[in-house]
Design a protein around this ligand. Structure first.
Ligand code: KIV
Ligand code: ZN
Length: 521
């Protein structure tokens, strides 16, 4: 296992997390305000240098999230994204105003294909836009990042001209994204080397990598860009993001840490918080983490084959290049059960890095007691699912009161469902082609809606036949899509919770859209 050299010998690489902007932008990954606040708090505590909290002009919800995250930030710089449009920049400036350290991140396309078809502007016009908009941002905040969208498909001469204009107008960070995930590591590194060498004032700015994973090269490209002189990496937890996603934060951090012998850099990230961050983002976005995902996948530290197990028993380093503990994967020290009291439960939450308000604690503790009555051992994953459910359902309009289902070999299956909605209790009985269909038909009868079910998935939170089932449901209503989860030892109750949670999310996003529409404001 590699040892770390003295800090002075290493260049610091800044971690710019865009989970709440580029990550949240991908279909179905929408988060509520509470979920965004929880993610931002964890990123800040974990040592992320810059948190891109959203795109303030995009919606009132985004603006509120960026403003609130800015107000609550302790250490990290809080960035808001803006197109190269005066109104966008003004809105981003307003949103990050209350941060201890705020950043406006403005971008414009530079590649010939984007200029011709998307922007319909000449090269000269775009340079003018860069000068004007970066200067406007710089009048609002000290810290301005400028990005050349589709930089990797931009001719190097023109790219240098744009970077020179951005630095001249006051940009302090220059980001050269591989927007479409097209570059190879050699090309990406060469681009940074050329721009840094050719642009007169390049030493006045920090250069940044931002890589998409369309060809599975996002991490290799990010590391190559660092070798080419970049000292900021833009990434997301679990690699979520547009299409195939962005470079994964946990992979960059652990590559730099584990291969300190080959990569003379360091980050400020507390790596033992990576697992928790991965789980939190996965639950908030309802995007499962693939089992074989590097660093945070369920199998990342599992050794199945006989030869590997034999080696591991003799000496862990035979097949393990980093320890599970270094990414925060620890063996459970305290298994909870129905005799566990408040103090033990509070200490368990602390051990899991979960910090709840008094009201949240009370609610989660009651849910824990109810679960412990039905399940012998309550594992860490069960507790995390309870906390996630509390965060996800805190502002729900529609709640499950009770459900009973008749199922078995002779159909039709029948569900009797009771819901609480806006202070009223509603009851319905419905048949279905199977018990899940019966439950969803009953929900449909009580809450009529147009949304269609796009995904229904069940998995067990832990092992054992008394494990909680975790159900994911994805609903699509026109352009809007949401994914939500529900957990319960009863799969049908978990299914009802997940479906209702998705309906609540759709209703919340419709309310936000309504509030934004000037005609209805
Ligand atoms: O991929 C990209 O080019 C972006 C920019 C907005 C920075 O996300
Ligand atoms: Zn991007």
């Amino acid at each position: 296992m590699s040892t770390t050299s003295p800090a002075s010998a290493r260049d610091r690489v800044l971690i710019f997390d865009t989970t709440l902007r580029d990550g949240e932008q991908c279909p179905g990954a929408t988060m509520t305000l509470d979920e965004k606040l929880a993610v931002a708090e964890l990123l800040d505590t974990m040592g992320v240098d810059i948190i891109e909290a959203g795109f303030p002009i995009a919606s009132i919800g985004d603006f509120e999230a960026v403003s609130e995250i800015a107000r609550r930030s302790k250490r990290a710089v809080i960035a808001g994204l803006a197109r190269a449009i005066p109104a966008d920049i003004a809105r981003a400036g307003e949103a990050v105003r209350h941060a201890q350290r705020g950043r406006i991140h403005t971008f414009v396309s530079t590649s010939p294909i984007h200029l011709a078809y998307q922007m319909r502007k000449s090269e000269d016009e775009v340079v003018e836009i860069i000068l004007r908009t970066v200067a406007q941002a710089r009048d609002l905040v000290e810290d301005v990042e400028w990005s050349a969208m589709d930089a990797t498909r931009t001719g190097i001469d023109y790219l240098c001209r744009c970077v020179e204009a951005a630095i001249k107008a006051g940009a302090t960070t220059i980001n050269l994204p591989d927007t479409v995930g097209y570059a190879t590591p050699t090309e990406y590194r060469a681009m940074f080397e050329a721009v840094r060498e050719r642009v007169p004032n390049s030493d006045k700015a920090i250069f940044s990598v931002h890589c998409h994973n369309d060809l599975g090269l996002a991490i290799a490209n990010s590391l190559a860009g660092i070798e080419g002189g970049a000292r900021q990496v833009e990434c997301t937890v679990n690699g979520i993001g547009e299409r195939a996603g962005n470079a994964a934060l946990e992979e960059i951090v652990m590559a730099i840490r584990t291969r300190a012998d080959a990569l003379p850099y360091e980050t400020g990230i507390e790596s033992t918080m990576l697992t928790r961050a991965s789980k939190l983002v996965s639950h908030a976005t309802n995007f499962p983490v693939q089992f074989n995902k590097a660093i945070v996948g369920r199998n990342a530290f599992a050794h199945e084959s006989g030869i590997h197990q034999d080696g591991m028993l003799k000496h862990a380093e035979t097949y393990e290049i980093m320890t599970p503990a270094s990414v925060g994967l620890t063996k459970t020290s305290l298994v909870m059960g129905k005799h566990s009291g408040r103090a033990a439960f509070r200490s368990k939450l602390g051990e899991l890095g979960l910090h709840l308000s008094d009201n949240q604690f009370q609610d989660v503790f009651e849910r824990f007691k109810a679960l412990a009555d039905r399940k012998k051992h309550v594992y860490d994953e069960d507790i995390e699912a309870l906390v996630d459910e509390n965060l996800a359902t805190a502002h729900d309009r529609i709640r499950l009161v009770s459900l009973s289902v008749i199922a078995g070999t002779h159909g039709p299956q029948r569900a009797t469902l009771k819901l609480a909605m806006d202070g009223r209790t509603l009851t319905e009985e419905a048949d279905g082609n199977g018990p899940v269909d019966a439950v969803f038909n009953a929900i449909h009868a009580l809450v009529p809606h147009e949304a269609v079910l796009e995904l229904y998935q069940v998995h067990a939170v832990t092992e054992g036949t008394d494990a909680q089932a975790e159900v994911s449901v994805r609903l699509k209503d026109g352009e809007r899509g949401v994914t939500a989860r529900g957990a319960d030892p009863d799969t049908l109750v978990a299914s009802a919770k997940a479906y209702l949670s998705a309906l609540n999310k759709l209703a919340a996003s419709a309310r936000r859209l309504h509030a934004q529409d000037p005609a209805t404001a």
